[in-house]
Ligand binder design. Structure first.
Ligand code: PLP
Length: 353
């Protein structure tokens, strides 16, 4: 273990922050916090808002609901938009809400809804928010690193993610990108904050040799450093294309196994959502018998769907084919009436292998 205040570690941190800036598509600040994805989402919201402020929250999945809950817990007044989980947040609805109530000065939205698989058009939503003098806070937990996120080009004011998804590192770090336009708000926020105070994080990150407040989770940052280098070595665009190819193959494989893909939420390149009558029973069975870990359905989709993450290192032929193979074997054994290799065959065909 090296000391978090050593020159060696500060150099690592400097390199990681530089690579993260490239991954987020920003020339501005990126901060690393000890915590998880929701730490970075919570940190983003408390720095952007003050108790009593109104915030328009996009609700088209479990993680939009989570943003709304965080906001309520922090004393912010939530105005919902798109509450039916039936498609992307419509920029026209955001426009209408902001026009109706000009006192709403923050829009909070999830980029890639990991529960429904819906992808929201952040560029369009940011444009609308800015036209109304609002800032946009984006949860990019399941998108950053696995699909295009262009913080500067899309003018995202604050974008949050975690280490463990498309950044293919162990869980343990929250990461945020913050653009200049958000600083007035951050400076004036009356939310209680200490460790998560972006002003302190900025002061330390902007030093010639950057630091973080307190004892940095050194081993996690080193893992993230290695992962970022892998992302850079592959080429970010190549990585995005790999996610698209693998998600398409997984969808076709799942379809061949007889799963229905709901008409919404099939655009995500980092996860697929599948429908099944009793998903808890299916997952309990397949996880127990084949030690295969699949994502349970979330929120109001908890009984009717399950999810396969196609993120980072999992977005490769091996994990995708193995997952379809084990699901197929379980299904063939348990009377689902499909050949065990139907999913693998379809996925192979899609991948041309
Ligand atoms: C879109 C999204 N936001 C937030 C979170 C919460 O992240 P964490 O579990 O790391 O706190 C998740 C986790 O799956 C997520 O997918």
């Amino acid at each position: 273990m090296i000391n978090h205040r050593s020159e060696e570690f500060e150099q690592i941190l400097k390199t990681v922050l530089g690579n993260l800036r490239t991954i987020f598509g920003t020339a501005e600040n990126v901060f690393i916090l000890g915590g998880s994805g929701r730490t970075s989402v919570e940190a983003s919201l408390i720095n952007a808002l003050s108790p009593g402020d109104k915030v328009l929250v996009g609700l088209n999945g479990n993680f939009g609901d989570m943003m709304a809950t965080i906001c309520k817990d922090m004393g912010f007044l939530v105005e919902p938009v798109g509450r039916d989980w039936n498609g992307p947040i419509d920029p026209a609805d955001v426009e209408a809400a902001l026009s109706r109530d000009p006192s709403i000065k923050t829009v909070a939205v999830v980029h890639n809804e990991s529960s429904t698989g819906i992808v929201n058009d952040i560029k369009a939503l940011a444009e609308v928010a800015h036209r109304h003098g609002a800032i946009i806070v984006v949860d990019g937990v399941s998108s950053v690193g696995g699909m295009p996120v262009n913080v500067d080009e899309w003018e995202i004011d604050i974008c949050a993610t975690g280490s463990q998804k498309c950044l293919m590192s162990p869980p343990g770090l929250g990461i945020v990108a913050v653009r200049q336009a958000a600083w007035k708000r951050i400076e004036s926020s009356k939310s209680y904050r200490h460790y998560m105070d972006f002003r302190r994080l900025k002061e330390l990150a902007d030093r010639p040799m950057p630091q973080t407040p307190g004892t940095t989770p050194v081993s996690m940052v080193r893992c993230l450093d290695a992962a970022c280098r892998m992302i850079m070595d592959e080429g970010i665009e190549n990585g995005y294309q790999r996610h698209v190819r693998m998600a398409r193959a997984a969808r076709l494989g799942a379809k061949a196994l007889g799963f229905s893909l709901s008409p919404i939420g099939q655009t995500s390149p980092t996860l697929i959502t599948l429908a099944i009558d009793d998903s808890p029973a299916f997952l309990d069975g397949v996880m127990k018998e084949y030690a295969l870990h699949l994502g349970r359905g979330l929120g109001k989709l908890s009984k009717s769907t399950f999810r396969i993450g196609i993120m980072g290192a999992a977005a490769n032929e091996g994990p995708v084919l193995e997952t379809l193979s084990l699901m197929g074997q379980y299904m063939a054994q348990h009377g689902f009436g499909v050949p065990a290799d139907a999913g693998v065959e379809a996925a192979r065909e899609a991948l041309g292998i």
